[in-house]
Design a protein around this ligand. Structure first.
Ligand SMILES: Nc1ncnc2c1ncn2[C@@H]1O[C@H](COP(=O)(O)OP(=O)(O)OP(=O)(O)O)[C@@H](O)[C@H]1O
Length: 636
């Protein structure tokens, strides 16, 4: 096949530009990325051979090799792992298969400082491309295990790459970097220097479980004999989770996290767990410091890596943690599982189930510790992962209390600082029995909602919940320490418990006074409203819409519909503020007039205004606008 030239996908080209012009100051990490890819390729080959013994591949000496040629100024990282087919090279190396890339690039452009840009880059698989930080040309030669023909990929990173088939490629992949001239001022070191390479491997890749060897350059040794110089193994290959805690530095843990978490940044927290007894395992888990972009996409890969006695078995082992902890990264090494264990078997295994429960509790107790010992770190954690953790309130009743204990919410108590439920309860006023909350799109829209008026007036704290999952969990959880969780937009709200008798009398009088209007309005709005009543939650607005305590709110109805479930549209309740001039005037007019055609339009408008005030839209917007314009015209 002749050499073919291809264009990089647009996003890939943009990322390459970033690499070439290097937004990332620490260029040494390119080697970590290439070694990390090599290590993954060795893991994959070992597993494939385990599943299919007939695969024509040599697995007797799996390793990574680094070759330096200082005359040619090249550095080659070679592995004898799984390799790639011609088609795979084009697909995996020429494109960026990440759904969030467009939004990522957008954010990257907006990132103000270099640290921000570095952090963002870390979330995307730009691993292989990082070679272009130190090289002006990269050549990759690869042959997939079991195939005869290999592929050569070459690029200068400038928009196009070349692909050609090669006949004599060894199994696995070699990546040759044609190094840029060293420029120590810009942290571009001389990567033909063996000690520099040794230092980088020691720092970033020591724990890699495969040998990383370097063959000394012939010119660099005094050995004048014809024998090939002995390769030196640069890494200790010790599994960090199997080493005593006090022998491992935080930096070493962090490097392991970066390798398995595909993140360039340090984790927020490292969690170790050792279980002995009938089913032994060691776990080393990490809480990342930032939520990945695709955390809420359907194909987000969740789960930690599973090893059996130091041998890598699978990535993304979803059986080990519940879905609401899908952001946790790490390694679990179990002593008593078969090397052939499959995902299906793991899902049903009793020991794995016990392990999952223990790991879940450990993660939650770590968050609790963070909350008591380091508020700032806890705040970062909750900001990044609170939304996903709240899913657990709905799906994991066993750990509901533990999740509630570490949850915090925006509240009217403070403009910026969130509150835990415990703190809310401690601040509750005398006589207040319930925990109040309101859901909505943003803090601002909730605070401006008419439902909040009476609460604001009386200084009663309300939790302001803005995540889609909030309505669901609040409904499912129902109460906290015997206090009901109540939406201020649902059911009857009666906040007046002082002077009860006088108030009761006053209310009765008002109800009598408005009885005719309420009944008549209910008839007028019958299609959408099941009751019209007087409100005790309004002080400024004329009207608001509320739901019955047991009804679904419109947001939940929409959510269920989006998930394809049939839900009938629930009729809602219109509440009127009997102290508002508009409502008083309407009542007066109702009583005085025989012909109420005009009043019917006012009733409709009042309903439309209440819908708008809660962020909804009137049923027939054009009719609403016409009626409104008509009224305004008359008021001129
Ligand atoms: N040495 C290799 N052997 C076999 N396949 C490789 C090798 N290097 C890269 N690949 C393939 O190319 C893909 C893209 O590699 P790249 O380094 O760009 O991203 P990644 O490894 O998926 O993500 P990250 O760099 O964040 O770990 C890999 O997922 C892998 O399938």
């Amino acid at each position: 096949m002749p050499t073919e030239t291809f264009e990089f996908q647009v996003e890939a080209r943009q990322l390459l530009q970033l690499m070439i012009h290097s937004v990332y100051s620490n260029k040494d990490v390119f080697l970590r990325e290439l070694v990390s890819n090599g290590s993954d390729a060795l893991d994959k080959l070992r597993l494939e051979k385990l599943w299919d013994d007939s695969l024509d591949a040599d697995v007797s000496d799996l390793h990574i090799e680094i070759d330096i040629d200082s005359d040619a100024r090249t550095l080659t990282v070679r592995d004898n792992g799984i390799g790639m087919s011609y088609e795979e090279v084009g697909r995996l190396i020429g494109t960026i298969a990440n759904s969030g890339t467009a939004s990522f690039l957008e954010e990257l452009r907006e990132a103000k400082d270099e640290a921000g840009a570095e952090g963002l880059i870390g979330q995307f698989g730009v691993g292989f491309y990082s070679g272009f930080m130190v090289a002006d040309e990269v050549t990759l030669v690869t042959r997939r295990a079991g195939e005869r023909q290999g592929t050569r990929w070459t690029s200068r990173g400038e928009g196009t790459y070349q692909l050609e088939t090669v006949d004599d490629a060894p199994q696995g992949t070699s990546v040759t970097l044609h190094l840029k001239p060293a420029d120590p001022e810009n942290q571009l070191h001389d990567y033909t220097s063996p000690w520099k390479i040794k230092e980088i491997i020691k720092r970033y890749s020591d724990f890699i479980t495969w040998p990383i060897r370097m063959v000394p350059e012939a010119s660099a040794t005094d050995d004048k004999s014809d024998e090939a110089p002995e390769p030196e193994t640069l890494n200790s290959m010790k599994a960090l989770w199997a080493r005593p805690r006090d022998e491992v530095s935080d930096d070493e843990y962090h490097e392991l996290y970066k390798h398995i978490g595909h993140d360039w940044r340090d984790p927020l927290e490292t969690i170790r767990l050792q279980a002995e007894g009938t089913f032994e395992y060691q776990a080393l888990l990490f809480l990342p410091a930032h939520a990945p972009h695709d955390l809420f996409t359907r194909d987000f890969k969740r789960g930690v890596q599973l090893y059996v006695k130091r041998v890598f078995i699978m990535d993304d082992c979803e059986a080990l943690l519940p879905p609401y902890l899908r952001f946790v990264k790490g390694v679990v090494d179990a002593a008593d599982l078969s090397l052939n264990v499959s995902r299906e078997i793991l899902q049903q295994d009793r020991h794995i189930e016990m392990m999952r429960r223990r790991l879940t509790k450990k993660v939650l107790s770590t968050v609790k510790d963070m909350m008591t010992k380091d508020q700032d770190r806890y705040a970062t954690f909750w900001r990044e992962f609170g939304t996903v953790l709240k899913e657990g309130l709905v799906t994991d009743s066993e750990n509901r209390d533990a999740i509630l204990a570490v949850a915090s919410f925006a509240s009217t108590h403070h403009d910026t600082e969130p509150s835990t439920l415990k703190q809310y309860v401690e601040r509750m006023k005398d006589g207040q029995d319930d925990i109040y909350y309101l859901t909505g799109e943003s803090r601002q829209s909730i605070e401006n909602s008419p439902h909040m008026e009476a609460f604001r007036d009386r200084g009663i704290e309300v939790l302001l919940l803005t995540d889609a999952v909030d309505e669901v969990w609040a409904d499912a959880v129902g109460e906290y320490e015997g206090k009901k969780l109540r939406s201020v937009a649902k059911g009857r709200i009666d906040l007046d418990n002082e002077d009860e008798e006088t108030l009761e009398g006053e209310k009765e009088k008002q109800t009598e006074e408005y009885a005719g209007l309420l009944g008549w309005m209910k008839e007028q709005l019958d299609e959408d409203i099941k009751e019209v009543r007087l409100s005790s939650r309004l002080t400024v607005s004329p009207a608001c819409i509320v739901s019955d305590a047991q009804d679904l709110t419109p947001a939940l109805e929409n959510m269920y519909r989006a998930m394809g479930q049939e839900v009938p549209r629930a009729k809602r309740i219109l509440e009127l503020n009997p102290d508002h001039q508009l409502v008083k005037g309407l009542n007066q007019a109702y009583k005085e007039r025989e012909d109420r055609t005009d009043l019917a339009a006012t009733a409709e408008l009042l309903h439309g205004l209440a819908v708008l005030a809660e962020g909804g839209r009137p049923k027939e917007p054009s009719r609403f606008v016409k009626l409104m314009a008509d009224r305004l015209e008359r008021a001129l």
